[in-house]
Design a protein around this ligand. Structure first.
Ligand code: FES
Length: 452
């Protein structure tokens, strides 16, 4: 309607119009300029271990088939039949070597190639196209620690370029052991009546909301702080916020400082290995510790042992949670979960919760990781039910003409400051949590939405 992205995002005042959270035209542009161009998380390779295994997932509003072919490769193809536009695959998951469209019977391999049609002589009459031109539209695929990413931007930045400086940090969670991660069961899924950006910009390491919205974590004695004075005494709010120009972000926090149950742990004079044994990162058992040194750099292992990334986001729509929690045998197993916020029109998104453990971890640790992830970050988890209540109420406020004129204020901006001896790159914000990482998320959104 003539409104530009600069009318909606005020780069000088660091403000965003509430209107961006509910606008059909803007939503269409987001699908084209963001979801059709960036790398998107679609699942994990342990979901489809055998040739022919497939799951159906979403790249923005486009549905895709994620399938393993006979040669073991993973392929992502648009779930739209090139004949008349029917969904080729109507199941959510399964195993087949032939995806046959139920409308007129055209058939495709797991890699998206066209096989043939049932009455081939008649249906292929005309010879205007070869069989190789009749396959499903294919996305570019990259596996990162077994996580399946894909993009329609075939000639665009590589996945490593997309991760940028955040790779140093994300490697510590996803690429640290020999056998890698295992997805524990199919992802949990539920619909939220809110725009995808409400969840996603919060994922860009919004620390302040933890203190207020999730204060039950302090009141219940999980995180440090006291029920009487959570704002004055909030050790979990101190750390180093990290973000990179690609819009990803992480909050690196000392576990002993963040969680009450570890408050008597002291790292004084301890080596990296001793610290890993004293307070193992979630999912890491003593037997797996040597693998950390093999797969990560000494700086990465030291950070994982001391001040690991505990929460963050991958642009555009992924939340990363790496949570410490007590294990049933007295150790620490914690939780490792990823959420994706899949757009379903401008006013809904589908919340997908992937739960992980190390493939080589003992079964009991996997069970604990599953239980912790569900209890904390699942559909009824103590963390996510707070957010699932708040996001729709923000959405409710996007409808009135006065409410739509309100701007969101990014107030707590302090600027980049590298702590002495910090081994990782990116834009760094040490001390009490800030708004910088969230504002950087909007800067990347603005950059992509402004691109021709
Ligand atoms: Fe798929 Fe016709 S629409 S075969």
């Amino acid at each position: 309607d003539g409104t530009t992205i600069d009318d909606l995002i005020d780069l000088k005042m660091n403000e965003v119009s509430l209107r961006v959270m509910n606008d059909p035209e803007l939503h269409r542009f987001e699908m084209e300029r963001i979801f059709a161009r960036t790398w998107l998380l679609l699942g994990h390779d342990t979901e489809i271990p055998k040739p022919g295994d497939f799951v159906v997932r979403d790249m923005g509003e486009d549905q895709v088939i994620v399938a393993r072919s006979r040669d073991g490769g993973i392929h992502v193809s648009l779930n739209v039949c090139p004949h008349r536009g029917m969904k080729v695959c109507t199941a959510e998951a399964g195993n087949t070597q032939v995806h046959r469209c139920i409308y007129h019977g055209w058939a495709f391999r797991p890699d998206g190639d066209f096989i043939g049609a049932p009455i081939e002589k008649e249906q292929m009459h005309g010879n205007k196209r070869t069989k190789s031109e009749l396959g499903l539209k294919k996305a570019r695929v990259h596996l990162y620690g077994g996580l399946i990413f894909a993009t329609w931007n075939i000639e665009g930045p590589s996945f490593d370029e997309f991760l940028g400086d955040s790779k140093f940090y994300f490697d510590q969670l996803f690429c640290r052991t020999d056998s890698g991660l295992e997805l524990l069961g199919p992802p949990q899924r539920f619909m939220i009546p809110a725009n995808w950006k409400i969840g996603s910009e919060q994922s860009a390491s919004d620390g302040f909301h933890t203190l207020t919205l999730h204060r039950s974590l302090m009141e219940g004695g999980v995180m440090g702080g006291t029920p009487e004075s959570i704002y004055d005494n909030a050790p979990g709010m101190y750390g180093v916020d990290v973000s990179c120009t690609e819009g990803h972000s992480l909050r690196c926090l000392e576990a002993a400082q963040t969680f009450k149950m570890f408050s008597n742990v002291s790292f004084e004079g301890k080596t990296t290995e001793e610290r890993l044994h004293l307070l193992p990162p979630p999912g890491i058992t003593p037997e797996l510790i040597p693998q950390l040194f093999k797969n990560l750099s000494p700086e990465q292992v030291d950070m994982l042992a001391t001040i690991p990334p505990q929460v963050g986001g991958m642009f555009p729509n992924v939340l990363v949670l790496f949570i410490f929690a007590p294990r049933t045998d007295g150790g620490s197993s914690g939780a490792l979960a990823l959420h994706t916020y899949i757009p379903r029109g401008p006013d809904h998104f589908e919340f997908v919760n992937y739960i992980f453990a190390e493939k080589d971890a003992p079964e009991q640790v996997k069970r604990d990781m599953l239980q912790n992830s569900i209890q904390q970050a699942g559909t009824s988890g103590i963390i996510e039910q707070d957010d699932a209540d708040t996001w729709p109420q923000i959405m409710r406020n996007t409808k009135g003409p006065m409410s739509r004129s309100i701007t969101l204020k990014y107030q707590a901006l302090h600027g980049h400051e590298k702590p002495e001896g910090w081994p990782g790159g990116g834009l760094l914000y040490p001390g009490f949590t800030k708004d910088d990482t969230q504002w950087n998320w909007w800067l990347n959104y603005h950059r992509l939405m402004s691109a021709s």
